[in-house]
Design a protein around this ligand. Structure first.
Ligand code: IFM
Length: 484
């Protein structure tokens, strides 16, 4: 580290996901994803909201890219919709590919690095009808989809993420039931977990082969949502064991196969009744543990966990709230037990920037083969108010972002190799089972008019980027020009 506070080339960006912003859910050849179908299930989504229109990014993409440029973003992390690119997982859809091709061109023209995620939870519904991620064949279908996207965009996109937060699209979607496809089948959740790992490995290998053939620069990785599982009472063996189990199920079941080529023995033991090992074929772990160029880390909050019996007001499932929440695999243990008396966001999530620093330092210490890290998501939902001056003075979100950015800087000082930070999210958007009720954007969207207004947090983030870039340029030019 130098006195400009950030390592050279540190990347500043913002992130979104296709189903959360695009809208045009049945336009341009796109067919149902599991989220379109899930939104039709009564009471699955708060307020009966759907991703049908979202924030209309499909039609407003050039203006949205102009907004990114105005904010000074160096990179934009977006996802492609499988159901738009290969509706029903059939033949490639030229209109779908064309949308992403135009997006990439627009970004490059604005000098913004496209950072592409292939899967941010929106499986084509047709594949779900064939078993979805519980069906091993879906891993091969994903590899073929990845190849289609690479063939269309690989000449211009260098940074590829296979999966975003597979925990959510496997265990929460197939065992917890709170996310699409809304299944509550523990064994299907575990099958989805393993098959998504396999899909990651197959796609990574295929992309590497194509890039090598064409002598292209390729950076490929995966994004995990990682937590610190904190025992509610560190002196209580039941709480300590609950913390071990949550850490195992939510962190190590992802990190270890991907980075070490093994599944954690203690978790397999916990899951004995589900016969997890039977899902793992001979060469799978070798396929899964392909070297990756980066690990994306999404972190919003820690999880305070306890092994004490569930109280009467517990809510089933995995979504952290301000009430105790149970997990389908940990028996009576519950998480996000709200006893730490920390401030919380509108999601009921604790605000504790030190947790991000701890997490990054822990990863660095625990995984010697860890690739460079990028914070691919961090941010906060708050109940924004539009002031009389038309502005959104979202001081809590601004403070949240700045404090977490500081925590990243501290982790770097402690030795973590973190190379970038993407704030979640560029725009207010469709927050999955919460619908449009929870706003994470640094840019407000008026859902009636689709008007965009940069919030104070967005302005602060833009200043932060500008300062970091000025310092970097000054440093490159020599000490005389350093910012005061
Ligand atoms: O909106 C989501 C995103 O899609 C995945 N990570 C967490 C965000 C906030 O819940």
């Amino acid at each position: 580290m130098t006195d400009n506070r950030w390592p050279e080339g540190f990347l500043w960006g913002s992130a979104t996901a296709a189903a959360q912003i695009e809208g045009a859910a049945h336009e341009g050849g796109k067919e149902d994803s599991i989220w379109d179908a899930f939104a039709r299930v009564p009471n699955a989504i708060a307020g009966g909201d759907t991703p049908e229109r979202a924030v209309d990014h499909y039609h407003r993409m050039p203006q949205d890219v102009a907004l990114m440029k105005e904010l000074g973003l160096q990179s934009y992390r977006f996802s492609t919709s499988w159901a738009r690119i290969k509706p029903g997982d059939r033949d490639p859809n030229p209109a779908g590919l064309d949308f992403y091709s135009r997006l990439v061109d627009e970004l490059l023209e604005a000098d913004i690095l496209p950072w592409l995620t292939l899967y941010h939870w929106d499986l084509p519904q047709a594949l779900e009808e064939n078993g979805g991620w519980a069906n091993r064949d879906t891993a091969a279908r994903f590899r073929d989809y990845a190849v289609t996207v690479y063939e269309a965009l690989g000449d211009r996109v260098t940074h590829w993420t296979t999966f975003n937060e597979p925990l959510c699209s496997s265990l929460i979607g197939y065992a917890g039931g709170e996310h699409a496809p809304g299944r509550r089948e523990p064994r299907a959740g575990l099958a989805a977990l393993h098959h998504q790992h396999l899909a990651h490995g197959l796609a990574t290998a295929a992309l590497r082969e194509l890039a090598a053939e064409q002598q292209r620069d390729l950076k490929v990785g995966i994004t995990l949502n990682l937590t610190n599982a904190i025992p509610d009472d560190p002196a209580d063996p039941a709480d300590l064991d609950a913390a071990r189990r949550i850490d195992g199920l939510w962190n190590r079941m992802y990190l270890e196969p991907l980075l070490l080529g093994t599944y954690p023995a203690d978790v397999l033991e916990d899951l004995r009744e589900h016969r997890f090992e039977e899902l793992v074929h001979d060469t799978d772990l070798r396929t899964i543990a392909q070297p990756i160029d980066f690990l994306g880390v999404n972190h919003y909050h820690d999880d305070n966990v306890s092994g004490r019996p569930l109280p009467a007001d517990a809510v089933p499932g995995l979504t952290p709230t301000d009430r105790p929440t149970s997990s389908p695999f940990v028996g009576s243990e519950f998480v996000t037990f709200p006893s730490r008396h920390l401030p919380t966001t509108a999601m009921g999530w604790e605000v504790n920037p030190g947790g991000l620093r701890t997490l990054l330092v822990r990863l660095t210490a625990e995984y010697p083969t860890l690739p460079p890290l990028y914070i691919t998501e961090n941010g906060a939902a708050y109940d924004d108010v539009v002031s009389e001056d038309g502005r959104i003075h979202d001081s809590e979100r601004e403070a949240y972002i700045l404090a977490h950015v500081d925590a990243v800087r501290e982790a770097i000082t402690d030795g973590a190799d973190v190379r970038g930070y993407f704030v979640w999210s560029l725009l207010d958007n469709f927050e999955w089972a919460w619908g449009y009720e929870k706003r994470f954007g640094i840019v407000r969207v008026d859902y009636e008019t689709q008007q965009r207004t940069v919030k104070d947090s967005g302005l602060a983030f833009a200043r932060l980027i500008a300062d970091a870039r000025t310092d970097e340029a000054a440093l490159a030019a020599g000490p005389a020009s350093a910012r005061v």
